[in-house]
Design a binder for this molecule. Structure first.
Ligand SMILES: *Cc1c(COP(=O)(O)O)cnc(C)c1O
Length: 230
């Protein structure tokens, strides 16, 4: 019940932010970030209407996807965390969408893994606009070459961009990052480098600002599932 109530509250927040921005709430996919949460908690959220799940570790996710195999057709699993090269094949065959493509070598491995699927794998390029040493993501000089490379990897469908901005208590401080990501997305679209308009940005405490700046996918963990068990 608690998860259903929290989910309803998040949907309310999405609707209000969308209304402020003159957008329709249906334009925004809510990805419930279930990392460290149990399969039972995910099942509860799915029963309350959640259809998109985000995980940051390939092994933890594949265990959970297996435990929820009866729901597989109804769900879309998103990989949102850093991917080690030796997990790329498993990532490509287990997930529906990978948000964290940040280097050419990883893209090539994902593309090879994706050939084993019946259909192309949706991917987003993660961009590091703050050049933070502790964060992953393609730097300023890397993301365009990476997108050009993706164009030649036909088992991958580059549908958009993702960002995990530096942490800030005040969401207004990350607004410039969200705005910049939208500008980069528009530029990539103009250059024919993206097959979709996805902008994956915004988490529990700042997704309203992200929606105002054009987010089409928000990644929300604690606001739905409560504190993480890590
Ligand atoms: C954990 C995580 C989230 C969700 O964070 P919350 O603050 O719990 O909403 C979103 N994006 C990424 C990349 C994450 O690792």
């Amino acid at each position: 019940m608690l998860i259903a109530r929290r989910l309803a509250a998040v949907r309310e927040r999405i609707a209000r932010a969308a209304a402020r921005a003159g957008r329709r709430p249906e334009e925004i996919t809510l990805v419930g970030v279930s990392k460290t949460q149990t399969a039972d908690a995910v099942r509860e959220a799915v029963q309350a209407g959640l259809a998109d799940l985000g995980e940051n570790k390939v092994q933890e996710a594949t265990d959970k996807i297996g435990a929820l195999a009866d729901l597989r057709d109804k769900l879309r699993w998103h990989l949102i965390g850093h991917i080690q090269s030796n997990k790329a094949r498993k990532a490509a065959t287990s997930f529906d969408c990978v948000h964290s493509v940040d280097r050419v070598s990883l893209a090539e491995k994902l593309a090879r893994g994706a050939l084993e699927r019946g259909k192309p794998l949706d991917v987003l390029v993660q961009i590091d606009l703050a050049a933070e040493a502790t964060k992953h993501g393609a730097a300023d000089h890397e993301w365009l070459p990476l997108l050009r490379k993706l164009r030649g990897l036909t088992s991958l469908r580059p549908i958009g961009l993702m960002i995990l901005p530096p942490w800030a208590e005040d969401p207004e401080q990350v607004r410039p990052y969200f705005r910049r990501l939208r500008e980069l997305r528009d530029k990539a679209r103009q250059n024919g480098l993206l097959m979709g308009d996805a902008l994956s940005m915004g988490m529990s405490h700042d997704f309203e600002v992200a929606i105002e700046e054009g987010a089409t996918m928000i990644r929300v963990g604690t606001a739905i599932f409560g504190e993480r068990h890590d």
